[in-house]
Design a protein around this ligand. Structure first.
Ligand code: ZN
Length: 161
């Protein structure tokens, strides 16, 4: 089921990207998966979206190659959790750019509770979505930590979740 107009065949790469990533629930689902929330019920709780909304977006993200399904035993019943593919992991700087833009131009109701992105190599808070100018490393799943707006006291190391 198409969520809206199909931009997947457009010449412009921004159009093709927003065809997949332009839905608000998609960005929030990816945020949850990067943060280690890989199971359906947890993604529903973390995003606050309806189950049908999460289900349709997860199906699309698997079909479009951003997530893979990985089975696990859920209380005696086989269920799937969702893991990032390489294409999914490549959305990390996009989420960082959204967080930076939101912190700068769409202020949080409580400015103390804002998402912060850290370079795990040097401990700095890079002023960039995709690399750390202090140590010169790219911000990848392996080198990045988040302090989420909901739980700013916890440093989530993305590679360990
Ligand atoms: Zn650094």
């Amino acid at each position: 089921m198409a969520l809206r107009s199909d931009l997947s065949g457009k010449a412009c790469p921004i159009a093709r990207s927003v065809d997949i990533l332009g839905d608000p629930w998609v960005a929030l689902i990816l945020r949850e998966v990067f943060g280690g929330n890989r199971r359906f019920d947890g993604i529903v709780a973390g995003t606050g979206a309806a189950e049908s909304v999460v289900s349709s977006r997860l199906t699309m993200l698997v079909e479009r190659g951003l997530l893979d399904k990985r089975p696990y035993d859920g209380q005696g019943r086989r269920r799937d959790e969702y893991v990032l593919t390489d294409a999914g992991a490549d959305t990390l700087p996009i989420l960082h750019a959204l967080a930076r833009w939101g912190n700068a131009h769409a202020p949080a109701p409580d400015p103390v509770r804002r998402m912060r992105v850290f370079c795990l190599t040097c401990g700095g808070e890079p002023p960039s979505a995709d690399w750390c100018p202090t140590c010169g490393r790219a911000l990848t799943v392996e080198t990045t930590g988040w302090r989420k707006a909901r739980t700013p006291e916890v440093l989530v190391r993305l590679a360990e979740v």
